[in-house]
Write a protein that binds this ligand. Structure first.
Ligand code: SF4
Length: 337
């Protein structure tokens, strides 16, 4: 395993990550406490665990015997299942024997289904094995790639950069539960399909990565205009309004009909949204008043409560939310971060 595959990167404030940016949008006080004053140290640990799982995912591409794979049939769902089983049989050899976390096995199995569908899809579209391998096998430069942008003091790691014929896809692997509202039923099948149900937050998240990719890989520039808005220019100083760039959130922690399954929410990136993000980043940097704005959604998003809810923001707990939080959270608030 190379250092690149196993390293979690982080830059302190004034650099801002996607998570810091989204947190500021939710609660300025939480942003100040976590990202400026570094009061919570658990978030990087979660990210490091995800990074280790991704490194395991990428092992697949390095241990596949392509001579075996190319000889396998790929035309039917049964063929795709056989390929997924082949992937799983070799990936399982990479998991340490004392490994106990069953969830990881499901993540890996779902990943194998996804890459088997990906492989079968490519085989049906292209004759050239070199081309198929080019689209299938991620180069080291396109896995777990860390970028930072000095001009805007932002950074981020992209899990995988993928290519299709006319478009690049920034992929973000999600190992947590699939947000039920993210998918429409018809988007449960297929590889790298689009979902129209990506929320505003997810849209900003995807475009945050997309913007970093455009600056660092395509050498585009986002320049502030006299009115405070931003415009995007390519390396020849020509204004860019449309791009061939998608972002995709890939969930590998779902069970469908008793079997591990993957889900992909994919959307086209938008220069307009990227410019909006930069304008909001200017607001973040100009902020002087880190107010608390408690409500259920902000203080308890999803299953994980804000780490300050049971400590410095405790007054909001019983007054505003009654008994909606579980006793587990009350007993052990900090471990839930
Ligand atoms: S508990 Fe709510 S108000 Fe307090 S820091 Fe967290 S999100 Fe903000």
């Amino acid at each position: 395993m190379s250092d690149k595959e196993n390293t979690y990167h982080y830059l302190d404030y004034p650099y801002v990550s996607k998570s810091g940016y989204l947190t500021f949008g939710l609660c300025k006080y939480k942003f100040k406490r976590i990202y400026m004053e570094k009061n919570v140290v658990h978030a990087p640990k979660i990210a490091m665990e995800g990074t280790s799982l991704h490194a395991l995912f990428f092992k697949l591409f390095d241990i596949i015997d392509y001579r075996v794979l190319i000889d396998m049939s790929y035309g039917s769902p049964k063929d795709c299942d056989a390929i997924a089983n082949y992937f799983y049989s070799i990936m399982i050899t990479e998991i340490p024997a004392n490994f106990k976390n069953r969830k990881i096995f499901n993540n890996i199995k779902a990943f194998c289904y996804m890459e088997s569908d990906h492989w079968c899809d490519l085989r049906q579209h292209y004759d050239s094995i070199d081309k198929i391998k080019y689209y299938f096998h991620p180069s080291l430069n396109d896995r777990e790639t860390f970028f930072y942008v000095q001009d805007h003091l932002i950074f981020g790691s992209m899990d995988r950069i993928m290519y299709e014929k006319d478009i690049t896809i920034i992929c973000d692997f999600k190992t947590g539960n699939v947000p039920s509202k993210l998918f429409k039923p018809e988007s449960y099948n297929g590889v790298y399909i689009r979902s129209s149900v990506i929320s505003q937050l997810k849209s900003e998240e995807g475009n945050f990565y997309g913007m970093i990719y455009m600056i660092c890989r395509l050498y585009h520039k986002f320049i502030k205009q006299p009115d405070g808005d931003y415009k995007c220019f390519d390396s020849h100083d020509k204004e860019v309004k449309k791009i061939n760039l998608d972002y995709a959130f890939i969930y590998t922690n779902e069970i469908v009909n008793g079997k591990p399954a993957y889900m992909v929410a994919r959307r086209h990136a938008s220069v307009t949204t990227m410019c909006t993000i930069l304008r909001k980043l200017d607001e973040l940097r100009a902020c002087k008043n880190y107010t608390r704005e408690p409500n259920h959604y902000k203080c308890c998003p999803g299953e994980v409560p804000c780490p300050f809810l049971m400590t410095e923001c405790r007054e909001f707990y019983s007054d505003k939310f009654g008994t909606i939080f579980t006793p587990t959270i009350i007993r052990n608030p900090t471990n839930n971060q």
